[in-house]
Design a protein around this ligand. Structure first.
Ligand code: CDP
Length: 251
């Protein structure tokens, strides 16, 4: 029997992953982070591109952050090559007690998949339809195996699990999102750094919302939750309460 799904979608750094993990823990569900798989595939693409000697960094005068974007891995590796490498190198999410951790070549890659370089390339890699299909197969297999999950991402309520028990669209103001991401990373939160981070988040949101396949979009039947002025405990409690009202056996 398939497990129950709670879908949490929303823009970059809206707190989806940390919220999803806490909601899962409160309900006895597992947290499934779809972004971790897209980030893992992007790490594979970058390593594969480096092995193939990708082109040099952008010239002087290139836009800010171009040094992070660096050589475009998609110029030297296509989607099929990336997926073959992901299979060969054993990219997978393995259970860690509360959810799943990404592994590559038998090693946890939690930090590597959240590097600025992976973040700069993940939207381009995740716009490729065959890569989305590959990720979706892995996500759906987990639920078909009978696991109850809280899944966070961009297209979970619209495409991956349209029949989810509960769909949340999590948002927060750009300033709040940038500030939270810097604190999470242990970076300074001065106005300049904040503005720079907000620009990076906005660029990723634009790329994720305007792509042709499975763009970031609120599902028609999703419940909006703006967390700008909510504490973490409050936002988790609201979702847990909404979920309990829908879960058989809880009411
Ligand atoms: O944590 P953060 O909000 O920064 O991003 P994430 O959830 O780790 O997702 C990283 C990237 O993966 C996103 O910017 C999207 O490009 C892509 N993604 C996607 O396309 N579809 C999903 N369901 C999840 C992530």
């Amino acid at each position: 029997m398939s497990g129950s799904v709670i879908a949490i979608d929303g823009p970059a750094a809206s707190g989806k992953s940390s919220t999803a993990r806490a909601v899962a823990q409160a309900l006895g569900f597992q947290h499934l982070d779809s972004g971790a798989l897209y980030r893992g595939v992007t790490l594979v693409a970058l390593r594969e591109a480096a092995d193939r000697g990708a082109a040099p960094a952008p010239p002087p005068g290139a836009p800010a952050h171009a040094h992070l974007a660096g050589p475009d891995p998609l110029r030297v590796v296509d989607a099929e090559t990336i997926l073959r490498a992901a299979e060969d190198w054993g990219l997978r999410l393995l259970p860690d007690g509360h959810g799943f951790t990404a592994y590559l070549q038998g090693e946890p890659v939690d930090a590597a998949i959240r590097s600025p370089k992976v973040t700069a390339h993940v939207s381009a890699v995740s716009a490729l339809p065959v890569i989305r299909e590959w990720v979706n197969i892995h996500l759906r297999a987990t639920v078909r195996a009978g696991m109850d999950v809280v899944v966070d991402g961009r297209d979970i309520g619209t495409v991956v699990f349209p029949d989810a028990l509960l769909k949340i669209f999590l948002t927060a103001s750009p300033e709040a999102r940038a500030g939270r991401r810097l604190v999470q990373r242990g970076s300074p939160t001065d106005p300049g750094t904040l503005a720079e981070e907000a620009t990076l988040l906005a660029a990723r949101d634009r790329a994720d919302s305007t792509r042709a396949v499975a763009p970031l979009r609120r599902a028609d039947d999703a419940i909006d939750l703006d967390t700008t002025n909510l504490s973490f405990t409050e936002q988790v409690a609201r979702i847990v309460s909404l979920a309990r009202n829908r879960l058989p056996g809880y009411t």
